[in-house]
Write a protein that binds this ligand. Structure first.
Ligand code: GDG
Length: 732
């Protein structure tokens, strides 16, 4: 029975030492609750570090046995590993860079990286000691970015999902990391990669395609023969738990206590782990601004600020803590009155029933991180508001702001705006509170943690199935052999070969992609066989093909079918077509050339091609999209077709296309073997027009009408070579 293995840096358990013996307590975090539906089932389990440096062998054995009863499996880490892999690399490189604090806090120390690699390998060994074919592995978060690929290398048939709980930064940030390629390679070992928001997906796809030789079509990435999907899965919470807690007697008692103490003021609540990304100092600044500029709020608003201790052995965090102490002290000292202390500050964590009571009692929840992957506190506050009242102020830099669109959304750097919004939230009329809270509660209830787990797992299965169906279309050894067998048995063969991207790789200069000796040799071999009718079918100009292949015993089709040449006969141009439209379209394309350095226009008989191969990466693609949009209606009106190709947009008469050219050549003749190889949109017309029993092969990826696919011109050549040689061997 296949099982599911969850892997994260920390196990969802608290191990405490008591007089030399260890005690285990399961942690009640949202993730643990959500994933509980998985790891506690059948043989499933959760792998991770138990959270303490446990050295003695007998202690480890005992803890391992106790953890096993909870479906948990430990990876023990030494103090040194924790300090270099976790505190060093994870929290001093990945955390700051991914939260856009690279210049202030990132510390690129080589030994930290080396430990990161080693510890990821340690996790891999743990996974592989348990995983069996057919199992699903779900890896969590930035501490384990190398793990998916480490696992895939040894067990490629496993289903591997990865979820990043923190933001994925823009390419400009990510590229700063000296080990950026390795990190991307690591994550791309997964089948499905999940992020909180669509922006994270975009950033990831952008970084992957710019840094690695990886192709993307929307959110589907292709790395060699591996297809990976990147998608947004905004994490949810256990909404029912937060909605039911306010009815618990202990919570009610706490609510009363809070109301008795602060009831004559508006209570503004914030809850964060100690972290510079949470914008705590900026929030204090905004609150101070409020006290200075809205004197009417004095003695009327209390800011209840909880900061949960975290990483405070790291100097930057200790420094942040000192700064918070100082600012809170200053503000309170300046504004406090006999009856009122503006900020109630707590540097500790609270039990869940007190947290729930605060969520229930607070008039405003203030969530203003500088960056946050999602932010669960905002969702917990919403879920706790069972009377549909209260107001949420949330930073636009938190992933949650994309879902909780009815909150008051602020830029946390804008002190005045934050202060003004706190006032607005605190004095929001009841009707408005309800109008905003109701839809937010619906969102939080629907997209809860169970839903998150389900849609991630469903998608992972779907991706795996898609890969399998694609795999059957890949020309692997078995398919290749059956094509060869058909080839050997047949006597009237028609072979269509596209040129660029099919027989040769793309070059940044179109003139450079001239045929090499090996290709000439291959074409010679194929055309020498009298059973073969070889057709080179390209979008290139006829003069160009003539120069390269004019003497070859094959048909040449140039400019998508505008020109055709039979061996030893002159070129023949398709007649009866107008190219008047060029006068109208050319000036439009020229405006794009003016705005896109490196791009240029190529004129053919019945087409104009705008090339952007040499334009700055990204800009070319952007302009190509604009050009296509711009010409869409005009092209339709004038009977033209727009063809987005590899770093080119071509505009041509609809009547000219490779499919029609292929049919002309086919001309009802009795071929017993038809093969077509091509790589782009224009070749799709050939694939679609050819008879059902033809062998059509797309080069590059698998999104095509072709029956099969190969990944590169090298593979295409090797198939053709095997075909050419198969008959030579036979006749010897
Ligand atoms: C990372 C990403 C993403 C806090 N104080 C107490 C307490 N908490 C609980 C909250 C909440 C959790 O801790 C904090 O979660 P956040 O989402 O706000 O932040 P991170 O810890 O930074 O989490 C974040 C998350 O991963 C999930 O993907 O949303 O963006 O940074 O659940 O309730 N719980 C108790 N007492 C406290 O004093 N019991």
């Amino acid at each position: 029975m296949p099982k599911t293995i969850i892997v994260s840096n920390r196990l969802p358990v608290k191990v405490t030492e008591n007089n030399g013996s260890y005690e285990l307590a399961q942690s009640e975090g949202g993730l643990a609750t959500g994933l509980g539906s998985i790891y506690k089932e059948k043989d499933n389990l959760w792998i991770g570090w138990p959270g303490l440096d446990i050295v003695k062998k007998e202690d480890r054995e005992k803890i391992t046995a106790d953890l096993k009863k909870l479906s948990l499996f430990p990876v023990y880490l030494s103090q040194e590993e924790i300090s270099e892999y976790y505190e060093g690399f994870s929290n001093e490189v990945l955390w700051p860079v991914f939260h856009y604090y690279a210049s202030t806090y990132a510390n690129y120390k080589r030994s930290n990286w080396e430990f990161y690699v080693e510890v990821n390998k340690k996790f891999k060994n743990a996974v592989l000691s348990i995983a069996e074919p057919g199992d699903t592995i779900w890896v969590h978060d930035y501490q384990l970015m190398l793990l998916p690929d480490l696992i895939r290398r040894e067990q490629p048939e496993l289903s591997i999902g990865f979820f990043l709980h923190i933001p994925f930064p823009s390419y400009e940030m990510f590229r700063l990391i000296p080990w950026r390629s390795e990190l991307l390679e690591g994550v791309l070992g997964s089948d499905l990669i999940g992020f909180h928001t669509y922006d994270d997906v975009r950033h990831f796809v952008n970084a992957a395609t710019r840094i690695l030789p990886v192709n993307s079509s929307a959110n589907v990435l292709t790395k060699g023969d591996h297809t990976i999907v990147a998608e947004a899965f905004p994490i949810g919470i256990d909404d029912k738990k937060f909605a039911s807690l306010p009815s618990e007697p202990d919570v009610k008692k706490n609510v009363k206590l809070i109301k008795d103490t602060f009831g004559n003021t508006k209570l503004v609540l914030s809850v964060d782990r100690l972290d510079y990304s949470k914008g705590i100092l900026q929030r204090l600044q905004a609150f101070e601004y409020l006290l200075n500029h809205y004197p009417e709020a004095k003695e009327k608003i209390t800011f209840y600020m909880i900061v949960v201790p975290s990483r405070d052995t790291v100097p930057q965090y200790a420094h942040l803590r000192d700064e918070i102490d100082k600012q809170v002290g200053n503000i309170n000292a300046l504004h406090r009155t006999m009856e009122w202390t503006p900020i109630q500050y707590f540097y500790r964590s609270f039990p869940i029933d007190m947290l729930s009571a605060l969520y229930t009692a607070a008039d405003v929840c203030l969530v203003t991180p500088m960056r946050d992957g999602m932010n669960l506190v905002s969702k917990e506050y919403v879920a706790s508001r069972i009377n549909d009242d209260g107001a949420l102020v949330i930073s636009e830099m938190a992933g949650a702001s994309k879902e909780l669109i009815d909150a008051l959304i602020v830029n946390p750097n804008n002190t005045e705006e934050v202060a003004k919004t706190i006032i607005k939230a605190a004095y929001m009329p009841k009707a408005e509170q309800r109008a905003r809270m109701e839809p937010m509660r619906q969102v939080v209830a629907k997209f809860n943690i169970a839903h998150w787990v389900k849609i991630f797992m469903d998608k992972l299965n779907e991706v795996k199935q898609m890969q399998r169906s694609l795999q059957t279309r890949y020309v692997g050894q078995v398919t290749q052999q059956s094509i060869i067998n058909r080839y050997i048995k047949t006597r009237r063969r028609l072979i269509f070969l596209d040129y660029d991207g099919t027989l040769v790789d793309f070059k940044s200069n179109i003139e450079q992609a001239s045929p090499d000796e090996e290709l000439y040799e291959l074409l010679l071999q194929l055309t020498e066989d009298p059973a073969n009718h070889v057709v080179l079918i390209s979008g290139r100009k006829h003069g160009n093909l003539d120069k390269w292949f004019g003497d070859y015993n094959m048909d040449l089709v140039a400019e998508h079918g505008s020109w055709i040449k039979k061996p030893k006969v002159a070129w023949h141009k398709l007649s009866g077509l107008s190219a008047q439209w060029k006068q109208e379209i050319r000036p439009i394309i020229e405006t794009y050339i003016d705005r896109t350095p490196g791009s240029f226009i190529e004129e053919k008989t019945y087409s104009l091609a705008w090339h952007y191969r040499k334009a700055p990466k990204g800009l070319g693609e952007l302009r190509a999209g604009e050009l296509m949009n711009n010409l869409k209606y005009l092209a339709n009106d004038r009977g033209l077709q727009l063809l987005p190709g590899d770093k080119v947009v071509e505009i041509k008469n609809v009547e000219v296309n490779k499919g029609k050219a292929a049919l002309t050549i086919l001309d009802n003749q009795d071929y017993d073997f038809i093969l077509a190889l091509g790589d782009d949109y224009t070749d799709e017309d050939v694939f679609k027009e050819l008879p059902e029993n033809s062998i059509t092969i797309k080069i590059g990826n698998n999104v095509s009408a072709a029956k099969f696919y190969l990944t590169s011109p090298d593979e295409a050549r090797s198939l053709l070579k095997s075909l050419a040689e198969s008959t030579v061997v036979k006749t010897q």
